[in-house]
Design a protein around this ligand. Structure first.
Ligand code: CTP
Ligand code: MG
Length: 229
């Protein structure tokens, strides 16, 4: 079962507070971007990797691709101002794919078993997004006052990858683009286009490297994986 993966990598990493794109920060001596790309390079189901990048980082990314022998990366397209714009540009470059996955380049700990479950579900049903069950008690709050406690059983924290039949996601993305709608994930675009979206239970390890604390967590995940190998 094959798929193409689209990786938005054209952010600037403001919340990380580094002087450059956080994806070049290293975990165990290897850039976050290389960790993420290697997962897909090593997955036999992955046919092609399309990256949305900042144009001024093109040379550094080409160097990284050569250094880590990431031969499945076929296209580097220019990203946009918002993540959704970067994804849309990369999706257009992925035409011809049947199943497409969108995955944040800043999530290096995605497991192959989750990817495969997503591809299978999207193939059967349209769309599937990685998510984990909410761990905390959740309440709705307005102006500092609790309105209600929400039944946790129905709440999921959503991650990427998000997998779709390519034509369905393109239809949803095109519609959002035409209407100037900005969503926070691809699932949201699909939902409003009437496309069925299912969740696939993922791992709590599949964290996005967003703030400096996440790097400490990331090093910890790598250490544990090293020890339990
Ligand atoms: N991204 C992108 N194009 C943008 C913004 C984000 O391709 N215009 C990518 C990032 O590179 C990252 C993923 O989308 O891999 C998730 O975004 P986020 O974690 O928010 O990264 P940044 O936007 O870089 O970080 P920040 O919001 O802290 O500036
Ligand atoms: Mg961002």
């Amino acid at each position: 079962m094959n798929y193409t993966v689209v990786l938005p990598a054209a952010g600037s990493g403001k919340r990380m507070g580094a002087a450059y794109n956080k994806l070049f920060l290293k975990l165990n001596g290897k850039p976050i971007l290389a960790h993420t790309l290697e997962v897909f390079q090593l997955d036999p189901w992955c046919e092609e990797i399309v990256l949305a990048i900042n144009e001024q980082e093109r040379q550094d990314i080409e160097k990284l691709i050569t250094q880590y022998q990431l031969t499945k990366v076929t296209k580097l397209v220019q990203g946009g101002d918002e993540r959704q714009h970067s994804v849309y540009a990369a999706l257009q470059a992925a035409s011809g794919a049947e199943i497409v996955l969108v995955h944040d380049a800043a999530r290096p700990f995605i497991l192959q078993e989750t990817i495969h479950a997503l591809v299978e579900k999207a193939t059967a049903s349209g769309g599937a997004i990685a998510a984990v069950k909410a761990k905390d008690t959740m309440k709705r709050v307005v102006d500092g006052q609790v309105q209600e406690t929400i039944d946790r059983e129905t709440l999921w924290s959503v991650q990427t990858p998000q997998a779709f039949q390519y034509e369905l996601l393109m239809k949803a993305a095109r519609q959002a683009d035409e209407q100037g709608f900005l969503g926070t994930d691809e699932g949201m675009l699909a939902e409003r286009a009437g496309i069925p979206v299912y969740v696939v239970e993922s791992s709590y390890d599949n964290q996005k490297m967003t703030t400096p604390e996440d790097l400490v967590l990331g090093e910890g995940i790598l250490r544990r994986r090293e020890e339990t190998k």
